[in-house]
Design a protein around this ligand. Structure first.
Ligand code: SAH
Length: 236
């Protein structure tokens, strides 16, 4: 499936993802059309596959970026506050910013991208500076990239309408749920814990969608299997 959805230009890639049903929401499509992946992916930018960006990290496949936005879309309005943990290349941070910042909206949204590797924090900024609207997002403070351990979230900017995690966590970190607004939603890949049985050992990673409802109650749903690089300690 992924192979068929690649393109030779950014527009072709996004249109193919839409035609293939991998992106369904027009707002997500428009937000992705607004960011040239060539500014973020050093190799094969219009291929629907993950690509290495150095430091053991990858820019996720375009369809995964699309899925993440679609699961979060109801929490991504003009003025929403978003945390993107494991921001890596900065691509998804830019797409999320397109979804929450309308030009001239008095109530401005903000996206904070967090990575624990200094070089990748710098890379994300450099990538975003390649376009005029990317430069504006940085200059206006609508997008900020911060070096920190994303497993702790970023308390200073909380509460968030939406939190995206771009690397697989060992557990569903409760601190991230604490930093959600009510209502708010967390999208996070989590390593499934082995229960010691043959089946348990096969484990794997799954996306979890965690909702904090208006009354503060928390609802967790395991939605599909994935393969992300792990959320780890910072390299020394
Ligand atoms: N959404 C990014 C994914 C990058 S790969 C993209 O599509 O470009 C996952 C990223 O998570 C890497 O950049 C890695 O450095 C980062 N990461 C891993 N563990 C982390 C941690 N504990 N805190 C913050 N970032 C982390």
């Amino acid at each position: 499936m992924a192979w068929y959805c690649s393109g030779s230009t950014n527009t072709e890639l996004v249109e193919n993802l839409f035609k293939g049903g991998l992106i369904k929401d027009v707002r997500v499509k428009d937000a992705m059309l607004g960011v040239d992946r060539a500014h973020y992916s050093p190799s094969r930018p219009y291929s629907d596959s993950p690509q290495p960006i150095g430091h053991g990290a990858t820019i996720s496949a375009p369809h995964m970026h699309g899925h993440a936005c679609e699961y979060l879309i109801d929490y991504l309005g003009a003025g929403s506050r978003v945390l993107d943990i494991g921001s890596g290349s900065g691509y998804l941070t830019h797409v999320l910013a397109n979804l929450v910042t309308g030009p001239g909206t008095p109530d401005q949204g903000q996206v904070i991208g967090i990575d624990h590797i200094t070089e990748l924090v710098d890379l994300a900024k450099t990538n975003m500076e390649k376009s005029q609207d990317g430069r504006q997002l940085l200059e206006s403070g609508k997008v900020k990239f911060i070096k920190a351990d994303g497993r702790l979230g970023w308390k200073e900017g909380a509460p968030y309408d939406a939190i995206h995690v771009g690397a697989a966590a060992e557990t569903l970190h409760p601190v991230l749920i604490e930093q959600l607004r009510a209502p708010g939603r967390l999208f996070i890949p989590v390593e499934s814990e082995s229960d010691g049985s043959m089946l348990g050992r096969m484990g794997g990673q799954y996306i979890w969608v965690v909702d904090k409802r208006e009354d503060g109650s928390v609802h967790k749903e395991k939605v599909f299997q994935v393969s992300y690089v792990p959320l780890t300690d910072a390299p020394r």
